[in-house]
Design a protein. Structure first.
Length: 121
């Protein structure tokens, strides 16, 4: 089963980290992704740019509404993701607890629903 590990954190927390800590966290994230890949569980992973760079699209009553910025005004924003294959939730949780973002925020683990008719990768 595929699991999406969503890394949420307060973007301001990154601003107070010394640059060397931020680089170390990113290097650790790359190392974890490579370990997941070595176990043939890796599908994709990436950090995201700041929530302020996002654009939201909504369609209401046939009208398209485009707004700048994050979907919700919350302290924690989506900062990145890992998409993995795992046999069960416990295996996905084992990977999630190692992600550096879990130390400054939250890693949300969600199973990915298979939808018939979508293109295969």
């Amino acid at each position: 089963m595929k699991y999406l590990l969503l890394v949420h954190h307060d973007e301001n927390a990154l601003n107070v980290l010394p640059e060397i800590d931020l680089r170390a966290m990113r290097a650790e994230s790359v190392q974890i992704a490579n370990e997941i890949n070595a176990n043939h569980k890796y599908i994709d992973a990436a950090p995201l740019y700041s929530a302020s760079t996002g654009t939201c699209v909504r369609v209401r009553g046939g009208e398209t509404i485009v707004t700048d910025g994050p979907f919700a005004e919350t302290r924690e924003q989506l900062g990145g993701y890992y998409l993995i294959n795992a046999e069960e939730l416990d295996e996905a949780l084992a990977f999630a607890r190692r992600i550096p973002g879990a130390r400054i925020g939250t890693v949300e683990v969600r199973p990915v629903m298979k939808l018939e008719g979508l293109p295969e990768k």
